[in-house]
Design a protein around this ligand. Structure first.
Ligand SMILES: *Cc1c(COP(=O)(O)O)cnc(C)c1O
Length: 285
């Protein structure tokens, strides 16, 4: 069986003239290396949901057909020995795509939900119908962000002493909510939203309230680097990621980490970080 993930993940310094010219030192935390099947923040967010999943025997969660969260939950079920159910938005398409085929191989049971019902998936009548069909389960919301997930991401904050600014991409905002809460005084966190709409700050506040009862840590969200929205890209982002791979030998994923890295270097170029700052960007997956 695949061994469980290992933290802390390594930190490497990045020699990049765009940061050096501004008097900054730039580092990457390679959370993508903690486990081949459970990379980075997906592992951190699942870690404290494993106990409840085992207690119930089954974990049920939601996602789109290409969801990394579905993939990670299926792998976690296999590694930690609990059953998994993935409720997938929309209709079944055969043959299964790579994400869902992997989930099936890991033993996940797949159920499909029409889009209208899916929009109401967290409402009591929909959850009640799922319990009737599947029996007892630990429910994890779409994207995996709940209070145990936020607490798992706070452990990321505790792994990065000595950095002035710590940067992460934001999908649901759970990673930023936990990271910010786990940092020491005088450290701050910056999240880069990969979604359009300007609602990320409210989501992070909601998750911190749910977990800790109120706002924690020094953090902010950048809403200007979504490149058109979730899973959208532009020629500028593509060129940036290709150039980054050429300079540093690291392939950034286009959905999350390329947008964050573009944003980090753009902020550096604008002088948004104080001279001499040690800036850490978390490669979340
Ligand atoms: C899922 C994911 C995120 C989003 O994290 P949230 O906690 O939902 O904000 C960020 N980066 C990567 C690589 C991911 O797979």
């Amino acid at each position: 069986m695949t061994p469980p993930p290992e933290t802390p993940s390594p930190v490497v310094e990045l020699a990049d003239g765009r940061a050096a010219r501004r008097g900054l030192r730039l580092f990457l935390k390679r959370d993508d290396l903690v486990h081949p099947e459970l990379p980075g923040n997906k592992w951190r967010k699942l870690r404290h949901n494993i106990g409840p999943a085992r207690d119930h025997g089954t974990l049920l969660t939601f996602g789109g057909a290409y969801s990394n969260h579905i993939r990670a939950v299926a792998s976690a079920g296999r590694v930690y020995g609990f059953a998994t159910i993935g409720v997938i938005r929309g209709e079944e398409h055969l043959p299964l795509n790579a994400t869902l085929a992997h989930a099936r191989r890991m033993g996940m049971r797949l159920a499909y939900m029409d889009r209208a019902t899916y929009r109401r998936k967290h409402e009591p009548d929909v959850v009640g119908a799922l319990r009737e069909r599947w029996g007892d389960f630990h429910l994890l919301p779409e994207g995996g962000s709940n209070a145990p997930a936020v607490r798992g991401c706070a452990e990321l904050g505790a792994e990065v002493p000595g950095f002035d600014v710590v940067c992460v991409p934001c999908g649901t905002g759970g990673t930023l909510a936990g990271l910010a809460a786990g940092l020491a005084p005088r450290q701050r966190a910056v999240g880069f939203s990969v979604l359009k709409g300007g609602f990320m700050t409210g989501e992070v506040e909601r998750l911190q309230r749910e977990t800790y009862g109120g706002r924690r840590g020094d953090w902010s969200v950048e809403d200007g680097f979504h490149f058109g929205g979730y899973a959208r890209s532009t020629p500028e982002l593509e060129a940036f990621a290709a150039d980054f791979a050429g300079r540093h030998g690291i392939v950034l994923d286009r959905i999350y980490t390329a947008k964050m890295m573009f944003g980090v270097l753009a902020l550096a170029g604008r002088g948004a970080f104080p001279e001499g700052a040690r800036v850490l960007a978390v490669i979340t997956g």
